[in-house]
Design a protein around this ligand. Structure first.
Ligand code: AMP
Length: 410
């Protein structure tokens, strides 16, 4: 017996239906906000994530599924979508077509984290990247879009945290002061953070072990006038749109490429896995990957987590209208024709297991939860009719076979 791998799930209805419903809500919103879909590969060069997500991030350092293929290339299963989208933007020279690209993606992501409720090794992310617009209205647009999708999906309780990480002008000074601070309290840090103080001091702020204590005492970043104005403008747009948020000056997010605005959508309904979505601006990523100097902002939310918070009604199956039974012999073909006719007319119908005995078909009909039973025997064939039995009331009528669709539609 071969079973699935730990952290990888089989998702049945009604949950799978909730995923489909969430995806269609998101697709509708993407259409309205004028984002187009980009399907990116699940496998990329290992280097892509090292260079973009960041060498010293947990995602790359500890959680990436990376392997060598038969051609001895170092590949990786994508742990997030942004690097692939940025690569595609550069590779296909989208900049020369139109530097401003609004893209969305939906797909599985892979991280070898310790599995627990709400944390899987394969999970779905739905994300957007708004490339080519440096204005704070772009940050606000993406945040409003995300908030709209989550509300439309029926999420009642989530909060938004907002911060600015500054830019190439104001970040270096902050980085220095953070390095000094971390060296002073080096003894109290976990081994991992101690090892990356000089390489990547920001990571201590979102380290699961050190984060809370470091956050309380670490220096807070001062923003340069441009970043401060940008941050204030984002907030002004969000206020105007009625999106509620709280500024958290210690939030840094777990990936390396962010500049200026970062944000996280959180909930208190999912226990320790409290993050629903995260994102931010990454104005220097595309250039650092060898592409043009274009700004960008984006986010991704975890579909698995959102689905687990959606009202169950969205996953309810549409009721089965009819279950078709043949009494055998010459009735099989007309019964099958009737069943196909119903489906082609858009009536949800099942049955068709005509090799089974009449009794066995009746039992299956009962189990199916169908509203009506449609029976065809040799008598009905001769008259071109069918028997319709209401499985709730037990009432029975004979109608012309050709009228079945209209009859059931009533
Ligand atoms: P990140 O790319 O780490 O910012 O994550 C963005 C969102 O993806 C999170 O807010 C979660 O909703 C979701 N997510 C991240 N990792 C996992 C995981 N291992 N299992 C399920 N969802 C995840």
């Amino acid at each position: 017996m071969i079973t699935s791998i730990r952290g990888f799930r089989d998702i049945f209805e009604p949950e799978s239906k909730l995923f489909a419903s969430l995806e269609s809500i998101a697709r509708r919103a993407f259409g309205t906000y004028s984002y187009s879909e980009l399907r990116i590969p699940a496998v990329e060069m290992h280097e892509l994530f090292v260079k973009s997500t960041g060498e010293t991030t947990d995602v790359v350092e500890k959680e990436m599924y990376s392997f060598q293929d038969a051609g001895e290339r170092r590949l990786a299963l994508r742990p997030e979508g942004t690097p692939g989208v940025a690569r595609a933007y550069i590779q296909h020279n989208l900049n020369s077509v139109n530097p401003r690209q609004k893209l969305f993606y939906i797909g599985g992501m892979y991280r070898a984290e310790r599995p627990q409720k709400g944390r899987y090794r394969e999970f779905e992310q739905i994300g957007v990247e708004y490339i080519g617009n440096a204005a704070p209205s772009a940050d606000a647009e993406t945040i409003i879009l995300l908030s709209d999708i989550l509300k439309e999906a029926g999420l009642a309780r989530f909060s938004v945290e907002l911060n600015s990480l500054g830019c190439g002008k104001c970040r270096p000074a902050y980085r220095e002061s953070l390095i000094n601070f971390l060296h002073k309290c080096e003894d109290t840090l976990c081994e991992h953070c101690r090892g990356r103080i000089d390489k990547n001091p920001l990571r201590a702020l979102d380290c699961k072990i050190d984060g809370p204590a470091v956050g309380q005492n670490a220096p807070v970043q001062e923003l340069c006038p441009e970043c401060a104005d940008h941050f204030a403008a984002v907030q002004k747009y969000l206020d105007d749109a009625g999106v509620r948020y709280a500024v958290n000056r210690n939030m840094v997010r777990g990936l390396d490429y962010y500049t200026k605005t970062v944000f996280e959508f959180k909930t208190d309904l999912l226990g320790s896995q409290d993050s629903i979505a995260g994102g931010g601006r990454y104005d220097s990523l595309i250039k650092s990957m060898g592409g043009p100097d274009v700004p960008a902002v984006g986010w991704a939310f975890g579909a698995d987590r959102v689905v687990s918070m959606m009202p169950p009604a969205a996953g309810a199956a549409e009721p089965l209208k009819a279950f078709v039974i043949s009494m055998g012999g010459t009735a099989d073909l007309p019964a099958f024709r009737l069943l196909s006719g119903l489906r082609r007319a858009g009536v949800k119908a099942d049955g068709g297991d005509f090799a089974k005995s009449f009794k066995a078909q009746l039992r299956a009909a009962d189990k199916s939860g169908a509203e009506k039973l449609v029976i065809i025997g040799e008598n009905e064939v001769l008259k071109s009719t069918c028997m319709v039995k209401d499985l709730k009331t037990g009432g029975q009528t004979e109608i012309p076979a050709l009228e079945i669709t209209t009859f059931l539609g009533k």
